[in-house]
Ligand binder design. Structure first.
Ligand code: NA7
Length: 535
């Protein structure tokens, strides 16, 4: 049992990723007694767990970092255009040490349940150690991509020594030299890891359910002159990008793909392809909204896949038929080209479904593919999984899992009606994964910290989203999504990658209006929230 003094906090934060670290820092700066509980053995969240070969951020490193400390952003030196997982983890550790956060984090401790005590107006938080602590505020900094999605397959033992989920990669790495490897999934994790796994393995069989579009990363060492120039105007540069959701690299366009002629359109796509990265999606302003505009980008990438892959039959199987960006666009280094290697083959499980994982490898309806080890690149129970797996009970004992059964409901993605003093960092209904996560985390953490400070200054003891405001916001999130291509294919944005999960679009599309709305809510004394004092 913890020391009695250790049982009661002003705030408990769940998770020590980038959201949890900054939340801890902010609340401590406000003089609060805070404890972070983290299931992992270190800080970094998704970057702590996703240690698979090739794991790398798809946002440029000069913009995938905190902005709250000028000294920090001036001191830290990124080495590559897109930072690798080890470098991002090193950064997270640096932040934790620099701001003296580690003594306030309890590692290897999972929050299993939390119950709101209405009479005390405090959360009772149960830990897997068997201890219970209490706090006025509970902040879920649990990440959008933190609960692995493990497929149900006959014969599959996800805990077996030769089975590796990309989101739970062994810390010592895996040596695939001379091994026959089966990779299940063709999302970003597979797309990043396959070329490196194939460099080592004797044979790789990739099991694809849905092909994905991927654009080249063109990753490279950062040019010191470029870094020096950016740092000389870093604060303004980042502040401006924050307002837009993505950074300068994105080069937003104000043109429709349909208002230019074919030559101009191709030139734009070629230019973006040559520069690499997610900015491909911003080539024209209607790619996320117009089927006809999006179709032009589809044709372009399909051509690039045909150019990259020697065997036309393999190329045909790798070509997606969904809108570009509908599933998150991937960013790769030699993904399609890897299928030209003689020891790499592609199996389409829509043609020959997997029947079972067997001792020899993976058996489909057509064949058995030998494998010594299995890589599950099968993604995550995104956005809601980490929150709903905790037995969270709000007023009148209502569970969050029940409340969100038909899809997540949260006001601004920050709070949910019936659960006072509970905050979500980058929760469903906020831009989160459709923005640069780091600024979005900072914006949410700042909003929550300011809100708590406001409550204390006014002596409020509880804050709760009103059901009406929440409903209006959820309707708005859906209405905006329905204007876009996003609901037109199955993706983790919709939860449709997880068996039995309700198909609902979860992030909010549009950073600038979202920032305005959050500011407006504050300016109007937390409009849409009910604030109350005891008695
Ligand atoms: P993703 O993008 O969700 O990809 C998971 C892949 O695994 C995807 O191709 C899935 O096919 C496939 N999958 C999942 N379950 C199965 C089963 N049962 N059988 C065959 N294939 C399956 O996860 P990632 O980890 O790659 O990337 C997540 C995000 O992390 C990424 O978007 C970046 O933002 C960083 P499906 O498409 O569902 O048919």
């Amino acid at each position: 049992m913890p020391d009695p003094a250790e049982r009661s906090f002003d705030a408990v934060v769940v998770g020590a990723g980038f959201a949890g670290l900054y939340m801890l820092h902010r609340l401590r700066r406000q003089g609060m007694d805070v404890r972070v509980f983290e299931a992992g053995g270190g800080v970094g969240g998704t970057w702590y767990w996703n240690r698979y070969p090739g794991a790398r951020c798809d946002i440029p490193s000069m913009e995938y970092s905190y902005q709250f400390s000028d000294a920090l952003q001036q001191d830290w030196e990124w080495t590559e255009r897109y930072a690798s997982q080890p470098e991002i983890l090193e950064y997270a550790n640096h932040v934790a040490e620099r701001f003296e956060l580690l003594p306030h984090i309890r590692f290897h401790t999972r929050v299993t349940a939390a119950r709101y005590d209405e009479s005390e107006r405090r959360w009772q938080v149960a830990l897997d150690s068997g201890d219970t602590v209490t706090a006025r505020y509970l902040v879920m900094a649990t990440g959008c991509l933190s609960v692995p999605n493990v497929p149900r397959m006959a014969g599959l033992d996800p805990e077996a020594d030769n089975v590796y989920h990309t989101g739970r990669w062994p810390h010592d790495g895996v040596d695939f030299t001379g091994k026959r490897v089966a990779v299940i999934g063709t999302g970003s994790s597979a797309i990043q890891s396959l070329p490196l796994i194939a460099e080592q393995a004797a044979q790789v069989t990739v099991f694809q359910r849905t092909p994905n579009y991927s654009v080249p990363a063109h990753n490279a060492r950062l040019d010191p002159d470029y870094v020096a120039d950016l740092k000389s105007r870093y604060r303004a540069f980042r502040a401006r990008n924050w307002q837009r959701g993505f950074g300068a690299d994105f080069r937003d366009s104000d043109r429709s793909a349909l208002e230019v002629d074919e030559a101009e359109r191709l030139a734009e796509y070629e230019d973006r392809w040559a520069r690499g990265g997610l900015a491909f999606l911003a080539a024209f302003n209607d790619l996320p909204f117009s089927d006809a505009a999006n179709a032009t980008a589809q044709v372009f990438i399909r051509g690039k896949i045909r150019e990259a892959v020697n065997d036309p039959e393999v190329a045909a199987r790798l070509i997606p038929h969904t809108p570009v960006g509908c599933k998150r666009l991937c960013v790769d280094t030699n993904y399609y080209q890897t299928f030209n290697l003689p020891h790499v083959r592609l199996v389409d499980v829509t043609e020959e479904p997997i029947e079972a994982v067997v001792a020899e490898g993976v058996r489909t309806t057509a064949d058995t593919y030998p494998a010594d080890c299995l890589v599950l690149a099968t993604g995550f129970d995104a956005m809601t999984g980490a929150v709903t797996r905790i037995d969270l009970r709000g007023r009148k004992g209502q569970t969050l899992k029940d409340k969100w059964q038909a899809g997540p409901r949260a006001y601004l993605g920050l709070a949910t009606a019936g659960f006072p003093n509970l905050f979500l960092v980058t929760g469903p209904g906020s831009p989160s994964v459709l923005s640069n996560m780091l600024p979005s985390i900072e914006q949410h953490v700042g909003w929550i910290a300011d809100c708590i400070e406001y409550m204390q200054s006014k002596q409020f003891t509880a804050i709760e989203a009103s059901p009406d405001a929440e409903e209006a916001w959820v309707d708005h999130v859906n209405a905006v999504a329905d204007l876009s291509i996003y609901p037109k294919c199955n993706s983790w944005y919709l939860g449709s990658n997880v068996e039995g999960k309700k198909r609902v679009f979860m992030p909010y599309l549009g950073v600038p209006p979202y920032l305005e709305k959050c500011a407006e809510v504050v300016a109007n004394d937390y409009q849409g929230f009910r604030l109350s004092s005891r008695g």
